[in-house]
Design a protein around this ligand. Structure first.
Ligand code: PGA
Length: 247
C-alpha cells in the first residue's frame, strides 16, 4: 500500500536539507506564529543549518514560532552534550531568534515521567496542535523513539530503546560507546505525531533504503512504525537517491 505518502526524491543529502528548509520557511513566512515539530539526529542537521542561514541572510524570523521536539533521552538533563535539548540549542535555537520559552523539549530528568508526558501532550493541545512536524526514520523504521511494535495510537511516554537504536547512536556520531547510551527515552507517540496537520520525513543514505521501502510500499503495520503514516492526509517523505534505492 503506497497510501497517501508524497515522495520527493532529491539528488543528494544537501538537496534534501534545502527542500526541507524551504517547506518550513514557507510555513513560517505564511504563518509567523506557526507551531512546528522538530527532530534530532544526523539527518536534520543540514536542514537546521539552512534554516539558520535563511534567518541570517534572508530575514526568516522565528520570533513567534513555537516548537516541540519528538523525544529526549531519559536520565539526561538539558545541559548534557548528548541531550536533545542541547542538540537543538547548538544546531538551531541559538542560531535563530526563536524565544527559548517557546521551545518545548521533554525533560529527561523529570521526577515523574508520566506527569511530564501528560503535560507535554496538554501543552501541544493548548497551542492548537502542531502545524508541521519534521521527522527522521531509524534503520528499523522507528519514528521518534517509537520502536517496532509501537501502537498506532501510542501517546507520549517512557520507552525502551532497541539494541539496534543504541548501536546506531553509539557509532561515533553521538555517543562513543554503547554503554554510554541511555536505555530509555521519553518519546512522543505515534498517535501524537499523526495528529500534526503536516508531516515531513527526511531520509538520506543507503542505510535507510529498506526502512523507506517498507514504510512507503509495505503493509500498514506497527512492525514498521513509519508505515503508520501511510493514511496521514499530508505527509511528505523527502529522501535522497540512496534512501530511495529500494522503492
Ligand atoms: P539519524 O536518526 O538522523 O541520526 O539517522 C534518525 C532516527 O533515528 O530517527
Amino acid at each position: 500500500m503506497a497510501g497517501n505518502i508524497k515522495l520527493m526524491v532529491c539528488d543528494n543529502a544537501d538537496s534534501v536539507a534545502k527542500e526541507a528548509a524551504k517547506v518550513f520557511s514557507a510555513l513560517i513566512s505564511d504563518r509567523p506564529e506557526a507551531v512546528i515539530g522538530l527532530a534530532t539526529g544526523s539527518t536534520p542537521e543540514n536542514t537546521y543549518a539552512e534554516l539558520a542561514r535563511m534567518h541570517k541572510e534572508e530575514g526568516l524570523s522565528f520570533a513567534k514560532v513555537t516548537s516541540f521536539n519528538l523525544d529526549e533521552y531519559w536520565g539526561l538533563d538539558g545541559d548534557h552534550d548528548q541531550s536533545y535539548r542541547y542538540f537543538m540549542r547548538t544546531n538551531l535555537f541559538d542560531k535563530v531568534d526563536i524565544r527559548p520559552w517557546n521551545t518545548f523539549v521533554l525533560n529527561g530528568k523529570a521526577q515523574f515521567p508520566a506527569i511530564e508526558c501528560e503535560a507535554y501532550e496538554q501543552k501541544i493541545v493548548s497551542m492548537g496542535g502542531v502545524d508541521l512536524w519534521l521527522l527522521g526514520i531509524g534503520g528499523n523504521g522507528h519514528i521518534a523513539f517509537n520502536e517496532p511494535g509501537s501502537p498506532v495510537d501510542s501517546r507520549t511516554r517512557l520507552v525502551s530503546l532497541t539494541q539496534e537504536t543504541i548501536d546506531a547512536n553509539s557509532d561515533g556520531r553521538f555517543f562513543k560507546d554503547a554503554s554510554e547510551v541511555p536505555r530509555c527515552a521519553l518519546s512522543t507517540g505515534i498517535g501524537t505525531i499523526r495528529e500534526a496537520r503536516g508531516l515531513v520525513l527526511l531520509a538520506t543514505g543507503a542505510k535507510k533504503a529498506d526502512a523507506i521501502a517498507a514504510a512507503v510500499n509495505g503493509p500498514f503495520t506497527p512492525d514498521v512504525p513509519a508505515s503508520l503514516l501511510q493514511d496521514h492526509p499530508d505527509c511528505t517523505f523527502i529522501v535522497d537517491k540512496d534512501a530511495a534505492s529500494k522503492l
